[in-house]
Design a protein around this ligand. Structure first.
Ligand code: S3P
Length: 432
């Protein structure tokens, strides 16, 4: 699939859609299930390439993991049963596998070599290797241990108190996982909250955490017990269709059983502040995670300002928000989002270039962008930059362009949303 064409289609999005399982929660369920004693059954697991990398990594350490139609079963035997892999571990494109796994490996008495694809090999790993080295792990890699491939000599770790210099759930999770395997009490200090699935799921697997204000503490040496995890729909995937419905007059779309953890729902706040009508139906809590149906009804859009504490609550949704902003009256300012530069690609540059190629008025700033709306968009050929969220943004753009959008390198969409193309067809009959 070298190129994919999205024909311009402006028919309203209606009906219901169940988006695939949450990527962050799917990764964590495999990691905790592999460290736990007992069986973990995971339903609605995201079968995207990134999460399959996490399964492969633990299989390489001897964990028996069964994948079948309706569920993933992890036969955990505790962390002491994990074995030294005989080969380097391929992390593919997956930043979450990399950062969380490194935290586990640092606490195991073995040698590991980790590598990834070109994109992952350019992403900073010092954000996790710095605290892990302070805890006693030996880690080296390219550019002084900053980049993959990395070699890890794990073993006995000491606890630390650590305030990450970046607002990152991956870094927090890495240090908490290492803390679970370390001696003593490890504390992560987090001034701006980031997604808290690690904390919630650790409790579900029987660990005790002490969470007070900005301090998240875990005592090392605790044993995890296998648990069943029903993965909610991924709000980061739902965001693409929520935005499509918000863009096309007459749309009224229901996204079913989506995770509504408040550390992830910034996209709903932004849609609402821009004028879209959002209604939450049937909300409940499942395994400590809020879940519910989201109804989006089209209404005229206006620009907004997005920054500060909101950013970690919608970091992965900023590309699709930028597309939305091109169709809103007035300016939209995205600031405090420098982290976008360290994702699968530099998403500030990739978003701006992709939208500009379709006729949008986007100005790049150091830590975000300014988008001037409302601008008619035209068709054209764009590249995914190998980044799944850029590829899907381009696909959704065809709901408002006056001609087809041809997407080069669309296969990366399988990273997080393998059924994206089928779902596009499902929500509107004449879209392909
Ligand atoms: C993730 C955290 C975020 C997010 C990524 C998944 C996680 O990264 O962008 O897609 O599962 O913890 P950072 O925490 O590094 O911002």
């Amino acid at each position: 699939m070298a190129k994919r064409t999205f024909h311009a289609a402006h028919s309203p999005l209606t009906g219901e859609l169940a988006v695939p399982g949450d990527k962050s929660i799917s990764h964590r369920a495999v990691i905790f299930g592999s460290l736990a004693e007992g069986v973990t059954e995971i339903t609605n697991f995201l079968r995207g390439e990134d999460c399959l990398r996490t399964i492969d990594a633990f299989r390489a350490m001897g964990v028996h993991i069964e994948v079948n139609e309706e569920k993933i079963t992890v036969y955990g035997k505790g962390k002491d049963a994990l074995k030294e892999p005989s080969q380097p571990i391929n992390l593919g494109n997956s930043g979450t596998t990399a950062r969380l796994l490194i935290g586990v490996l640092a606490g195991l008495p073995y040698h590991f070599v980790l590598y990834g694809d070109d994109s992952l090999s350019g992403r900073p790993m010092n954000r996790v290797t710095v605290p892990l080295k302070k805890m006693g792990a030996e880690i080296d890699g390219r550019t002084g241990g900053r980049l993959l491939p990395l070699a890890i000599r794990g073993g006995k770790l000491q606890s630390i108190d650590y305030e990450p210099p970046v607002k990152s759930a991956q870094v927090k999770s890495c240090v908490l996982l290492a803390g679970l395997l370390a001696d003593g009490r490890t504390t992560v200090i987090e001034k701006t909250p980031t997604r808290d699935h690690t904390e919630t799921m650790l409790k579900g697997f029987g660990a005790m955490l002490d969470i007070k204000d900005e301090r998240i503490s875990i005592d090392g040496g605790q044993k995890l017990k296998g648990a069943n995890v029903e993965v909610p729909g991924d709000i980061s995937s739902a965001a693409f269709f929520a935005v499509a419905a918000a863009l096309v007059p007459g749309s009224s779309l229901i996204l079913k059983r989506v995770g509504l953890n408040p550390t992830r729902t910034g996209i709903l706040d932004v849609l609402t502040s821009m004028g879209a009508e959002i209604t939450i139906l049937d909300e409940k809590v499942n395994g400590g995670e809020a879940i519910g149906d989201i109804r989006i009804d089209y209404a005229p859009l206006k620009g907004t300002t997005i920054g500060g504490e909101l950013i970690p609550r919608l970091i992965d949704e900023l590309p699709i928000v930028a597309l939305l902003a091109t169709q809103a009256e007035g300016e939209t300012h995205i600031r405090d989002a420098e982290e976008l530069r360290y994702k699968e690609t530099d998403r500030i540059v990739a978003v701006a270039q992709t939208l500009q190629a379709l006729g949008a008025k986007v100005e790049v700033t150091e830590d975000g962008m300014v988008i001037k709306g409302k601008t008619p968009l035209h068709g054209g050929t764009v590249d995914s930059y190998g980044d799944h969220r850029i590829g899907m943004m381009a696909g959704i753009a065809s709901f408002v362009t006056d001609g087809a959008v041809a997407l080069k390198n669309p296969e990366c969409i399988n990273i997080s949303y393998p059924s994206f193309f089928d779902h596009l067809e499902k929500v509107t009959k004449d879209h392909s």
